[in-house]
Design a protein around this ligand. Structure first.
Ligand SMILES: [Zn+2]
Length: 330
């Protein structure tokens, strides 16, 4: 266990805030950064950070202190819980490297296993450029542990990350893998089963922000989908403004990203489920976006379809464009 001083040396306050999507500009005195306060409902930037002293102060709510104080306030933890929380953040950062290695290893496996390429084709994904760009890989099972331990990673680390189970087998066995990246780092892996196992799997850690948000955020109009295969076929069809929350529930970070500019229009293209689960989730999200001042439209695809299956069933770029044009506001 690191002591409080070491913890603060390992994680700079400003880095910690930026990883949590705090945006700031240099303050007038140039020594500090100023932005909206993450601790209270702030309308004018009143939260100041001094990166040299590693301290913050908010002129709105009057809170101030160091990184540990910030964690106490923002996570509602005691001092000791905050230390443990930060310790865990450092451990997670160490796990980042192993996720990177795993994603690279699975990428190599993809073209060695015809069943994986066949599965991608079945899901309508054929463009090698898009497959490569998304970093899609395949976990054939049974060889990740050997590969990573030969790279110096401990069995315990692999187990803690959730990459292998207690028997040493790949947790993602027989799954197509999409790495979830943020700021150039792999922060999670999504695995889609190509067999009979439960279809979806993420590692037990944050799914992070919206998928590929670094490239999508530049668009004033974005298409939000449920699944990564939806995103992949839309990118392949040229809709590069598609992003994905991996499911219909948005994390706080994903929600903040989607609302990061008031002029944005969001086209919600969730699954058109027979039981209407996807439609209801789309409706709720549209209402929430509307009240946040973001224009939301809901796409109507044929019942039972999602963007992925719609393209697999033969829909063209023109068909999907019509769906976008006909998308309804609330
Ligand atoms: Zn404040």
């Amino acid at each position: 266990m690191l002591n409080p001083e070491h913890l603060k040396q390992r994680i700079a306050l400003l880095d910690y805030l930026r990883q949590r999507h705090w945006t700031a500009r240099p303050a007038a005195c140039q020594q500090e950064f100023v932005g909206l306060c993450p601790l209270h409902r702030d309308t004018r930037p009143s939260f100041y950070v001094n990166p040299h002293k590693n301290l913050f102060y908010c002129h709105g709510c009057g809170q101030g202190g160091d990184l540990i104080r910030f964690v106490e306030l923002s996570e509602h933890l005691s001092f000791h819980q905050s230390l443990a929380f930060l310790q865990r953040q450092i451990a997670l950062a160490g796990e980042g490297g192993v996720l990177e290695q795993t994603a690279a290893f699975y990428r190599l496996q993809l073209h060695r296993h015809p069943e994986a390429i066949q599965y991608l084709a079945l899901r309508g994904l054929r463009d090698p450029g898009v497959i490569d760009e998304l970093g899609i890989g395949y976990a054939p099972g049974g060889n990740l542990r050997r590969h990573l331990t030969s790279q110096g990673y401990s069995f315990d680390l692999l187990l803690n990350t959730g990459l292998i189970n207690g028997q040493g087998c790949d947790a993602f066995c027989r799954r197509v893998i999409f790495p979830c990246r943020q700021n150039g780092q792999t922060i999670n892996l999504y695995g889609r089963s190509i067999g009979a196992a439960f279809p979806h799997r993420l590692l037990p850690r944050s799914k992070g922000g919206l998928f590929a948000w670094e490239s999508v955020s530049q668009y004033s109009t974005v298409i939000l989908v449920e699944g990564l295969f939806d995103l992949a076929v839309l990118w392949q069809a040229g809709f590069r403004n598609a992003t994905c929350a991996i499911g219909t529930h948005l994390t706080h970070a994903q929600w903040t990203q989607l609302c990061d500019r008031p002029s944005r229009s969001v086209y919600i293209a969730f699954d058109q489920d027979e039981n209407r689960a996807g439609q209801q989730a789309a409706h709720q999200l549209a209402r929430r976006l509307d009240s946040a001042g973001v224009t939301a439209r809901m796409l109507q695809l044929p019942l039972g379809h999602d963007p992925n299956s719609y393209f697999v069933a033969g829909a063209t770029v023109a068909d999907f464009t019509i769906c976008l044009q006909q998308a309804q506001r609330l």
